[in-house]
Design a protein around this ligand. Structure first.
Ligand SMILES: NC(=O)c1ccc[n+]([C@@H]2O[C@H](COP(=O)([O-])OP(=O)(O)OC[C@H]3O[C@@H](n4cnc5c(N)ncnc54)[C@H](OP(=O)(O)O)[C@@H]3O)[C@@H](O)[C@H]2O)c1
Length: 320
């Protein structure tokens, strides 16, 4: 099997293709022949100094270091104790370093059955590969944490990004909310096309101040990380939630510790139960996944350079 890997955790070491013998799955594992891999910022963040890298280093699989969570493909072997998943099933899923698994930047991944969700017939594998982290995060933000109901208001900060585009559509087309999307002028038409009722340009002054006129909001989803938490909470209706998708800002940590506890961080870790409603919404045509860039797996470094710009509109996919 082929992996895109760093030989060690040494910082700045480039990823390179590594060939290893393909093992049989362990008794509790399914083996998936990967067709597409979604790129998320967490993939390159894990290669940089910080808590994620430290955690993966301490509890993840030993080197070679393979990053990546998202994958879609076809089950090509199952362990002796696996039930409910069959060879030939088309699936989407996410790897999990806390289970000592390697990441998904590979042509073959090994996961537990509860980490894959079956795909309906005709579901595009490239679209599926782009879905896990972004889709589950957007769903948890709007539905599980945000509890957005029909006719209620949602504000999505970073509406043109991988998570934001899905959050806008889930809020509008799945939940029937009234949606405000914050993005730059160049992405305004795209965000409106996803169903945003109001599109606000963050370059035209304070986006939170602009959003006040359409509030109050049941949910404010911050997919950027640089917006002021107190400013987000000030836009909430009674019982509303400020959902922190991007938690990079040090202020975000303070928001979790200081009352009122209307700010909540989300951790969009994909598994079968969390993926099922997202897959169903895409299959039903309610949610569209915008695969904006495709790279061969061997060019994962170029994909990371692009993702690091923070300017991508949609999803980046690697093809093994
Ligand atoms: N908590 C979790 O489980 C979880 C899950 C997924 C992602 N994340 C984190 O959430 C963040 C977003 O992830 P992603 O995959 O959506 O990233 P992404 O696709 O790379 O987001 C890029 C988008 O952000 C927009 N943007 C940048 N600055 C903005 C601003 N000030 N206001 C509004 N939009 C802005 C950019 O548009 P312009 O070019 O127009 O600025 C671009 O379209 C990342 O930090 C990621 O690590 C967390």
């Amino acid at each position: 099997m082929r992996l895109m890997a760093q030989r060690s955790w040494r910082r700045g070491e480039p990823m390179a293709l590594v060939e290893l013998p393909t093992p049989e799955p362990a008794p509790d594992q399914v083996r998936v022949a990967v067709a597409a891999i979604g790129v998320n910022p967490v993939d390159w963040k894990m290669r940089e100094l910080g808590p994620l890298r430290l955690a993966a280093r301490l509890i993840g699989a030993p080197p070679p270091v393979v990053v990546g969570v998202d994958f879609a493909g076809v089950v090509d072997a199952i362990g002796a104790r696996v039930s409910g998943v069959r060879v030939g099933d088309r699936v989407v899923g996410g790897t999990d370093f806390s289970r000592r698994q390697r990441g998904s930047y590979a042509d073959t991944v090994f996961v537990r059955p509860d980490q894959v969700c079956p795909l309906p017939d005709g579901f595009d594998l490239e679209v599926a590969g782009a879905l896990p982290v972004a889709g589950v995060t957007a769903w948890m933000s709007v539905v599980d944490i945000g509890r957005l109901g029909a006719g209620q208001r949602a504000l999505i900060l970073g509406a043109s990004g991988g998570v934001g585009q899905l959050a806008v559509q889930i809020a509008k087309r799945v939940r029937g909310g009234h949606v405000g999307g914050v993005c730059s002028a160049k992405n305004a038409a795209l965000v409106a096309g996803l169903g945003a009722d109001v599109v606000l340009d963050y370059a035209q002054g304070d986006a939170l101040a602009q959003a006040r006129a359409q509030g109050p909001y049941q949910v404010v989803v911050d997919c950027v990380g640089s917006y002021d938490g107190a400013g987000c909470r000030a836009l909430l209706a009674k019982g509303g939630r400020h959902v922190i998708v991007s938690g990079e800002s040090p202020r975000s940590v303070a928001q979790l510790l200081v009352p009122p506890f209307s700010s909540k961080s989300v951790l969009g870790r994909p598994n079968r139960a969390r993926l099922a409603p997202v897959v169903a919404a895409v299959a039903a045509g309610q949610v569209r996944v915008n695969v904006a860039h495709r790279f061969p797996l061997a060019e994962a470094e170029a994909a990371h350079r692009l993702s690091r710009t923070g300017r991508v509109t949609g999803k980046i996919v690697l093809l093994p």
